[in-house]
Design a protein around this ligand. Sequence first.
Ligand code: ADP
Length: 497
Amino acid sequence: MGGFILAIDQGTTSSRAIVFDDGQRVAGVGQREFPQVFPRSGWVEHNPEEIWESVIWSARVALEQAGIDASELSGIGITNQRETVVVWDRESGRPIHNAIVWQDRRTADRCEELKRQGLEELFTGKTGLLLDPYFSGTKLAWLLDNVDGARARAERGELCFGTIDTFLIWRLTGGRSFATDATNASRTLMYDIAANGWDDELLSILNVPRAMLPEVFDCAADFGVTMREHLGAEVPILGVAGDQQAATIGQACFEPGMMKSTYGTGCFALLNTGSDMVRSKSRLLTTIAYRLDGETTYALEGSIFIAGAAVQWLRDGLKIIGAASEASALAQKADPTQHVYLVPAFTGLGAPHWDPDARAAIYGMTRGTGPAEFARAALEAVCFQTRDLLDAMRGDWANGARDTVLRVDGGMVVSDWTMQRLADILDAPVDRPTILETTALGAAWLAGHRAGVWPDRDGIASSWARDRRFEPQMDEETRAEKVAGWKDAVRRTLSAG
Ligand code: ADP
């Protein structure tokens, strides 16, 4: 067998599959979007069958494009949209309901209720997370409460719960493997990240039967073997990690203090804190970066819900640009004497504010304000929000995060203007790698490493290559003035209470 690895990247809006060769180069890609289901305001669902079909289709296309047979694969790595919940019948494999997606806010009231009962500290202490509808636990509880007969069936062991990785592993292996990895488990609100196991006390508060939970493995492990009928050969699944954790691995952030930030629809920054489980004083998340050979590496995570989505709003909402790629050229024309700020709280604010009721606002407009100032404000908002995360991380982990270089990836980072502004606002260097497929690469590395056909951690770290480093160039006075203006804008946007 050669060193070909298939990475399956199951995202929020599309599924992608990439075949990497033994030199970690992309040999074939398949990608397919699938429908988003919005049954009510604030609810977001996916049909698991559509996810499954898009994954298999993408994998076959990637193999075809690479010109290889599935029998030439040494293994499969899976990375996935995190927190999204699927419940299916153990016998038939059929989902009992659509998947409830991470963005879905339907359990906001349940989270509030748990907070009122004074339970947030308990959940945060064990899981490193907050009582926010973002995470899986309350979504799973909602399904058990609202689908007819679900709880009784779950108690009889007839139903399976999984994040998307688990659902795909189950399907690919024909129901022979019911498994997840530590990073996906760490996002469920039911997993103790210090003890590394499902937690009975949290399960009982959420009223979730333990019988429906998968077994939790390291990120590089034997997750089962695919049925021949799916890809044309039996292939071992050897690596699994949630998308942001896979990107952390793909960016080779293996040393404590290293940090990556992914700029897609939203922005997710992870700071490797090594074996230290750093507890945030500023409402960042403590999460599992990866678990390899039984050893857990932790991260501090900051999640921003709107990054590139603000650019989409310029395009689709305001219609002041025709394509996302036009945003930076327009921003460059903005009048430097106008201090216009956009706080993009379109779906509330994430870290470090966690204010689901805040709504977006724009400040500082004059008669001279036009599309260019809006474009600049949208792009700068991403930079300011990253700055807020970095400041919070520095406050939480003073020694480790001081001299951080930020490794960036995701759709927005092709914008040189935005990356330069990011370095300026952060007052820290920003490194853009040559390979921007870091999420898929991370999943592939886990599998390739497990299969013994890809280099070890040091090998992959030394093959990480920089496309460009952006050094801060802004003078301190301008930066301070801008950051102060941003903080003031956020303060005025936060909902009362
Ligand atoms: P996701 O994985 O969340 O779907 P991607 O990593 O594919 O996101 O990034 C897409 C996002 O990047 C979109 O929100 C888009 O607006 C933004 N984007 C793409 N190209 C540019 C660009 N040249 N400048 C600024 N933003 C961009």
